[in-house]
Design a protein around this ligand. Structure first.
Ligand SMILES: [Zn+2]
Length: 516
């Protein structure tokens, strides 16, 4: 094969994988590859450098390169070794596929001889497979090693503040000085009068900062205060394990801190400048502008002070002079709660709906698996045909031209089957999740409506009414949005509608009311 006809991409990958440490630096790789190209008389049209590992599919430069090859910009790749190109079966498969469809005509590696023949591709497959095997077994070994460590009660990661990793004994030991400060922070917070900012200050004043030298912020402080590691238990693989190291916080203090965290984590009263809970939920029924909320303090002449929150039209519409007056939060909350109740779903109906949805899903799963099985059989048959075709060609029973044409036809058939299978399998679960989600929301409404959590009510109201809520003459009105409405209709006629309920559209029907 004449290399001069081919246009090559030079592809170099700097890996961050540990096992690649002995591999040449990226500059070395490129220099060697350029020398190799010169010696072999290869026409390199672009140099592409990747910084990501080839273990998992989805390297951006690699993807772009294949796309450009598909578009016919080049038809050869020059790389250090086949394992630079692919260490996962998806990317390896894509390379082989491009060779099969003849978009790729040549692969060149200074470290590996590759010829674009059936035997050559077979070899390449093995090389890709080896790389994958290497990656798989490596990560398996690493995991196994960590699991063993955990079983022995040794923490397999970097120690939290207050401890240090002893590299000599490969274990976690108490950092006496810092442990004392951490204990102080726990004791301070357990008293219940400190904010997380105070803990952050407490730590900063005593020289404890995050790894980057920055102050420990609130989220991080919460993490420290709720890390059971300090009591001698550590989390690994979603489970708690008993550690072999020395605990520095007594369980009793730890529990007290968790209680305080929970209490202080509850929503506090909004101040004047913070947006109020129901802001952005409604529009003015008269002029169409947003409804906003405000915090007010009223001093009476006798010295009594009252504070309250009220909502009103922003009156920003210049064309309409809006006459709407304001409404107190308590009154608005009452109305929103009763709207939520009105559109809630009785729990026995929710259960029935769920069961119907599950049955529907079961049915569709069966038909999908039948289709998948059939497609798999077809693919298997194509595979056999391909093998026979290759045998015939190698035995010189079949002309090269016929071989090529037949093979392309079979490969395309196989690909479209595989794609169809993937699409159908993915599509199958598309509707069940939103349906479940809806049923959950709808049957939860009674509880949400009775609760005093305004944020939760706002979220629920958004879900049901979308942007349909209007406030006029101190009254909230609105219609549920389409999927909600039709699902409610479906719920009403339980037992009458057998198929996928969410797809039944009942536009223009008055919403049914289901108060419990
Ligand atoms: Zn208005």
């Amino acid at each position: 094969m004449n290399n001069e006809q081919h246009k090559f991409f030079l592809y170099a990958r700097k890996s961050t994988d540990v096992e690649d440490k002995q591999v040449r630096s990226i500059e070395d790789q490129i220099a060697e590859l350029r020398a190799f190209a010169k010696q072999e008389n290869l026409n390199v049209i672009d140099v592409l450098i990747e910084k990501q590992s080839a273990k998992i599919p989805g390297r951006p430069i690699f993807g772009e390169m294949l796309k450009r090859i598909e578009d016919g910009e080049a038809n050869g790749i020059l790389a250090w070794h086949a394992d630079r190109l692919a260490r996962n079966s998806v990317d390896g498969g894509r390379i082989i596929y491009l060779l099969d469809t003849e978009k790729l005509a040549s692969l060149k590696f200074p470290t590996l001889w590759f010829e674009n023949t059936p035997q050559g591709k077979f070899m390449l497959n093995i090389v890709f497979g080896q790389s994958k095997y290497y990656v798989d077994s490596l990560s398996e070994n690493t995991k196994r090693g960590l699991r063993q460590k955990v079983k022995r009660g040794e923490y397999p990661g970097p120690a939290p503040i207050g401890y240090i990793n002893d590299s000599r004994t490969k274990s976690v030991v108490v950092d006496r000085k810092k442990a004392k400060i951490i204990r102080g922070a726990f004791e301070l917070y357990a008293e219940g009068n400190s904010r997380l900012e105070d803990i952050s200050n407490f730590l900063a004043q005593r020289g404890i900062f995050s790894r980057g030298g920055k102050r420990i912020h609130k989220t991080r402080a919460t993490f420290i205060l709720s890390n059971p590691f300090y009591t001698g238990l550590f989390k690994y693989g979603g489970e708690l394990h008993e550690g072999k190291y020395e605990p520095i916080i007594a369980k009793k203090i730890f529990d007290k801190v968790q209680e305080v965290l929970k209490q202080r984590g509850r929503p506090h009263h909004k101040t004047k400048y913070e947006p109020q809970d129901y802001c952005g939920l409604m529009k003015c029924g008269t002029c169409g502008m947003s409804i906003t909320g405000e915090y007010r303090i009223k001093k009476q002449k006798n010295g009594n002070v009252h504070d309250y929150i009220y909502y009103h039209c922003t009156k920003k519409n210049k064309a309409v002079k809006c006459p709407e007056s304001c409404i107190r939060q308590e009154e608005l909350d009452k109305q929103i709660s009763s709207l939520l109740q009105k559109f809630s779903l009785r729990s026995d109906w929710a259960e029935k709906l769920l069961a119907m949805a599950e049955a529907d899903k079961e049915k569709s799963t069966q038909s999908v698996s039948a289709f998948v099985l059939e497609s798999q059989n077809k693919i298997h048959a194509i595979q056999t045909k391909l093998q026979r075709l290759l045998d015939g060609y190698l035995e010189q029973d079949i002309e090269r031209e016929i071989y090529r044409k037949q093979k392309t036809k079979l490969l395309l058939e196989k690909k479209s089957l595989a794609e169809k299978m993937a699409r159908i399998e993915q599509k199958q679960n598309d509707w069940l999740e939103p349906m479940r989600e809806w049923i959950k929301v709808a049957s939860n409404l009674v509880k949400i409506a009775r609760d005093s959590n305004l944020q939760e009510k706002k979220v629920a109201a958004k879900e049901i009414f979308g942007s349909n809520l209007r406030l006029a003459s101190r009254a909230v009105r609105g219609e549920p949005v389409f999927p909600y409405l039709s699902a409610l209709r479906a719920a009403e006629s339980i037992g009458k509608i057998p198929e996928s309920l969410i797809l039944v559209r009942d536009a223009g029907v008055e919403p049914a009311a289901f108060a419990v």
